[in-house]
Design a protein around this ligand. Structure first.
Ligand code: FEO
Ligand code: CA
Ligand code: CA
Length: 662
């Protein structure tokens, strides 16, 4: 989702040319890398690549690749209301908003009259991050658990009568319950059928986790916010642990908190997290209408209530897909912000490292390093402080924020009381922070420490072999001070940067970074907006994920407010591309239906089945859907006989049963 108001500050603008020159002057850093790092230099060259992009879609068959990492014919940009995949591939719809979690019932009603109780047993809206898990003793290439996020709801499409009744009438409890049940996470069992297609099947493990599911809180913030709450919301992207759990990331939590209290004014800390009296809102015929209004019925979402739940949301939440009784656990040691995804890797000494982005303009990139270690041989953790039934490795450790410096150097700044300009309680009883404060007001600590404000950090991805870390920076319309890692003064198309940790050790406190690609058309008339990706172009990178072969899959999220508008027209709809980290080549693999974003991807271990999420097909440019004409912009995936455009998981496979991408 793309609603991210600015928290920028006013600063002088550095000349773009100066930043580009600095970038070009430091591209010989390969010697710096530690042991055994295989990396490419030159891919980052701004403005010096041999472009072969073509707006109608290049047909390169890997002749530009020195490594044949992928070998499919790229698809052209698209303005069609469907999913397009390369020749030789098929894409089938698997699990749409409203589909039952057991594959049987309750079934979706085309006029959106399903009840809240129905919705609690059906797929939520806004499919996003997703992971596929093997079931012990079952061939994971044939059957497994698919766990996915439902990021947010279109509050108009969700109901047969849209936003009615409007304020000052209250939102009825039944509607609040249905909306709360449409957020959260789905855990479903999926199975390959004889015809090669997949379907959702009945499962003792299937469940919905919603905004009302009892949840635990663990880690340093417990002493400040307690150890229990209900629910998870605004679940954006995801991650997975080697001990078989799913990590769901709470992002735009400010959307679902608000109040009708006319005397409410947010505190400085609430403002820092975008919390206000309206939450996400619509402006319809001049009337400002809060989209959620849960607070009219459920006190803990009333931001004016001193005991409201806002400090208990904005975390990474761990879920056990195999145990339907295990509550979700909020891992506060990983900080509180607009979490995008949680990319976990294991350092050489066994410590667990989680890379994370805070998706708002001019916010930061973080990493968590565990105190305890993961033993891959015994498949056990040594943290010894586990609060939950799971390994507990994510409850104790050190949180860092990234500082991207000139000349490709970077440092991780520890967020600890008394360090890096963060006053401890002993230093200052008024404004000092203890560990719990840092885990709840992480943005504040990161700013004090001097983190680098970024162009909306979305997903991070770690290369499975080289361990290089990639982050997508989707765009930033309010950057006032370009820096080396965010060189565009206004970055409407976004970019991808990457780094290697010192000694190739994920726990290191220094790293060396470069720009992997600036997004946008290389032939754009404005040099600032010109992209430099080799091969096919794209805009607003968001989802990033490596498959086990080392293909970097890029998913885009141009806002529906700009899609098809001048300057963006040539990019068509949102898309998914494959990138070769060694050569820099990018090739378009999939285009989505009207108004959607592409987000979330997971594969079976044999790489023959790929699950991809299509979020918010048919989203209007102004976000205001029309209950009298719900399919005005898109009828995907059901076509004209359907009732609503519906977010959905699709399954992609090759007709010849081969490896995806190869
Ligand atoms: Fe939910 Fe930042 O995308
Ligand atoms: Ca996005
Ligand atoms: Ca996203």
């Amino acid at each position: 989702m793309n609603h991210t108001p600015s928290s920028s500050e006013s600063n002088p603008v550095r000349p773009f040319r100066e930043l580009i020159e600095n970038e070009l002057s430091r591209r010989s850093f390969v010697q710096w890398f530690g042991k055994g790092v295989s990396t490419s230099v030159g891919v980052a060259a701004l403005g010096s690549l041999p472009y072969s992009a073509s707006g109608s879609g290049s047909t390169a068959e890997s002749e530009s690749s020195d490594v044949r990492l992928f070998n499919f014919k790229s698809v052209p940009v698209s303005k069609m209301d469907n999913v397009v995949v390369p020749d030789g591939y098929v894409a089938d719809v698997l699990y749409r908003w409203g589909d039952p979690i057991d594959g049987q019932g309750p079934t979706f009603k085309l006029d959106a009259t399903n009840t809240a109780s129905d919705q609690e047993r059906q797929a939520g809206m806004g499919h996003d991050g997703m992971e596929f898990f093997a079931i012990p003793g079952v061939d994971p290439n044939q059957r497994g658990m698919l766990v996915m996020n439902h990021e947010y709801t279109d509050q108009i499409l969700l109901f047969s009568d849209g936003l009615a009744p409007l304020p000052p009438q209250k939102m009825p409890m039944e509607k609040v319950r249905k909306s709360m049940a449409s957020h959260g996470v789905s855990v479903v069992e999926v199975e390959k059928q004889a015809d090669g297609n997949w379907k959702v099947v009945p499962s003792p493990r299937a469940r919905r986790i919603t905004a009302d599911t009892p949840a635990k809180i663990a880690g340093p913030a417990v002493k400040k916010i307690g150890e229990a709450t209900r629910g998870t919301v605004n679940n954006c992207a995801a991650g997975r642990t080697p001990w078989g759990t799913y990590l769901t990331c709470e992002e735009n939590i400010q959307q679902v908190f608000g109040t009708t209290d006319p005397n409410f004014t947010p505190t400085a800390m609430q403002k820092l997290y975008g919390l206000n009296n309206l939450g996400f809102y619509y402006v319809i015929n001049g009337q400002t209408i809060p989209g959620f209004r849960w607070w009219e019925q459920v006190k803990r979402f009333d931001i004016a209530d001193p005991n409201n739940d806002s400090e208990r949301f904005g975390f990474v939440v761990e879920i056990d897909p195999m145990n339907p009784e295990a509550p979700p656990v909020k891992r506060t040691a990983l900080g509180r912000f607009r979490h995008e995804n949680a990319e976990l890797t294991i350092a050489p000494d066994g410590r667990v490292v989680v890379y994370m982005g805070d998706d708002e303009m001019n916010q930061y990139v973080y990493k968590f390093v565990s105190k305890g270690k993961w033993d891959a041989t015994t498949k056990s953790g040594t943290a010894g402080t586990g609060v939950s039934e799971m390994a507990g490795l994510l409850d104790e450790g050190t949180l860092y924020v990234a500082k991207f410096e000139e000349a490709g150097k970077g440092r991780w700044l520890e967020l600890t009381p008394g360090k890096n300009n963060i006053p401890s309680k002993q230093d200052d009883p008024i404004v000092g922070m203890d560990a719990a404060d840092i885990c709840v007001y992480t943005r504040h600590a990161a700013k004090l420490a001097g983190a680098t404000p970024m162009d909306r950090p979305e997903w991070l991805a770690v290369h499975p072999q080289s361990k290089q870390v990639y982050v997508s920076l989707t765009n930033n319309k309010s950057r006032t001070e370009p820096n080396a890692a965010n060189p565009r003064p206004v970055n409407i198309f976004g970019h991808i940067i990457r780094w290697t940790e010192a000694g190739n050790d994920a726990t290191a406190t220094e790293f060396q970074w470069d720009v992997f690609a600036l997004a946008g058309n290389p032939a754009h008339p404005d040099p600032v907006n010109r992209g430099n990706a080799q091969g096919d172009y794209f805009g607003c990178p968001d989802g990033l994920k490596f498959d086990s072969s080392g293909i970097l899959w890029i998913q885009t999220d141009m806002s529906s407010s700009v899609m098809g508008k001048p300057g963006y027209e040539e990019l068509g709809h949102n898309m998914m591309l494959a990138a070769n980290p060694s050569t820099g080549e990018v090739r378009r693999f999939l285009t989505g239906p009207t108004g959607c974003e592409i987000t979330g991807m997971s594969m079976t271990p044999d790489r023959k089945t790929m699950f991809v999420n299509i979020q918010h097909p048919g989203e209007p440019a102004d976000d205001i859907s029309d209950t009298s004409a719900p399919m005005k912009f898109s009828s995907w995936p059901d076509g004209p006989q359907g009732g609503r455009p519906r977010s959905a998981t699709i399954v992609i496979r090759r007709k010849d049963g081969g490896l995806i991408g190869s």
